[in-house]
Design a protein around this ligand. Structure first.
Ligand code: XLS
Ligand code: NI
Ligand code: NI
Length: 431
């Protein structure tokens, strides 16, 4: 018996259904643009917000109690896994994600901790085999324990760098063993509060070296999926080194890692960086480093990482449209890096949150797919740049003098043309 045992698997019933625990838009078998929605969306439930988060905040004690939150830690970890896979069954999602510390407790020292990770990893392998649910990505929690308060790879203490290396090695081993499609690194505390105590260049070099070690190791063990960096501009530190997609690309180029490492982009991290989600996806595509998405939403009135479930399809449509322009998801997926609010204390709240979020993703995706199929945006964009296909225009390979001479020789001056923004916004609104 788990908390979710009594709930039937949520099914597609169409937009007219009144059943709150049915999908209205997410029809996993529906074929769009040559693939089923299940294949396109590659939905994943995250372990940390759904099974670890207890509602505590800086002002108050935990509000959410689950049976696996007490008792002997390894037995509790298995009970948590049972409940997690039961929720995956209820939601009918193909993937999940975890940090090492979400699935297994810290032990007495490093070796015991790594043993715990591997042992629960084995147990998850059995659960995956029995259910068919697969691992979208694994990651290591290098930010919660006080030893990481000054960073993991960027820590001033080389012993913390080494501890982090051991932790990531095991998390990657377990991810590999479980057939994980990607491995994620979010630099939770890789950043700084003040330059008064920080050697920024040294920390960046440490981070570059750490990532190079991980990439080398991934190749040695034959882990085929990409390593994904998850950018975030701030929180928990004031200045996070992986600020946004463009910053991470510059970092990867500097350390020669741009071929091996891609991005896991999160909606609310984009907003915190002063970007839209679609901007981050477009930048990742432009540099060829798009990997996966963490779907959630922030609150414009708050300004921190509130990690709420998506509730408005229009917030995701353009990001999915950019994603489709880049060819859609390959190894990546849509991971609900989202948590229920502190007052949503019932296990069923978790189910409603995911069902609503999944439907919003499907609705937004279907809209984005209609935009691609209708060509209502692609046409005007290629028209806008059509001048670049004229053979004599600023020909590639021409020197500055040649381009200048060609401009001078032209009889007519360039004529301004409308950017047609409102027309295009209406195309999106009506899709
Ligand atoms: C935190 C991040 C985190 C990563 C995984 O803001 O979003 O949850 O996705 O470490
Ligand atoms: Ni986040
Ligand atoms: Ni995230």
């Amino acid at each position: 018996m788990t908390l979710f045992s009594d709930l039937p698997t949520v099914r597609f019933e169409g937009p007219e259904t009144t059943n709150p625990l049915a999908y209205r838009h997410y029809d996993p078998d529906r074929v769009v643009l040559g693939r089923t929605l299940r294949q396109h969306l590659r939905l994943a439930v995250c372990y940390w917000h759904s099974f670890v988060m207890n509602g505590a905040d800086p002002f108050g004690a935990p509000t959410i109690a689950r049976p696996w939150m007490t008792g002997e830690p390894m037995a509790a970890a298995r009970a948590k896994a049972d409940a997690a896979f039961d929720l995956f069954r209820v939601l009918d999602v193909p993937f999940y994600t975890f940090h090492d510390r979400d699935i297994a407790p810290e032990g007495d020292g490093l070796a015991a901790t790594l043993r715990n990770t591997r042992a629960v990893g084995d147990y998850l392998g059995e659960k995956q085999a029995a259910s068919g649910v697969a691992l979208l990505w694994g990651t290591a929690n290098l930010f919660s324990h006080p030893r990481f308060m000054a960073g993991a790879a960027t820590n001033p203490d080389p012993d913390v760098f080494a501890w982090s290396a051991a932790t990531v090695k095991t998390a990657l081993d377990v991810t590999h063993q479980l057939g994980g499609a990607n491995y994620v690194m979010w630099g939770g505390r890789e950043g700084y509060e003040t330059l008064l105590n920080t050697d920024l260049k040294r920390e960046l070099d440490q981070m570059g070296r750490f990532l190079s070690l991980v990439v080398d190791y991934k190749h040695r063990i034959g882990f085929a999926g990409p390593i994904l960096i998850e950018p975030k501009p701030k929180e928990p530190t004031k200045h996070q080194y992986d600020f946004d997609a463009a910053t991470v690309y510059g970092f990867l180029r500097h350390y020669g890692l741009e071929k091996d490492v891609k991005l896991n982009l999160e909606e609310n991290h984009a907003l915190l960086a002063g970007h839209s989600f679609e901007h981050e996806v477009a930048v990742a595509n432009a540099y060829g480093i798009f990997g996966s998405l963490d779907v959630n939403r922030g609150d414009p009135l708050l300004g921190w990482d509130t990690d709420q479930f998506p509730s408005d399809a229009s917030q995701l449509t353009l990001a999915f449209h950019e994603m489709l322009k880049g060819g859609g998801l390959t190894t990546g997926g849509l991971n609900f890096d989202a948590k229920i609010r502190r007052q949503s204390i019932d296990a069923e709240d978790l189910v409603h949150a995911h069902v609503g979020g999944i439907d919003i993703c499907a609705e937004a995706f279907l809209k984005a797919a209609r935009l691609v199929e209708g060509g209502g945006l692609a046409g005007p964009v290629s028209e806008r740049y059509a001048g670049w296909s004229a053979p004599d225009h600023a020909a590639r390979g021409a020197t500055l003098e040649e381009v200048a001479a060609a401009a001078e020789a032209r009889a007519v001056s360039p004529q301004p043309r409308s950017g047609r923004q409102e027309r295009l916004e209406t195309v999106v609104a009506r899709a």
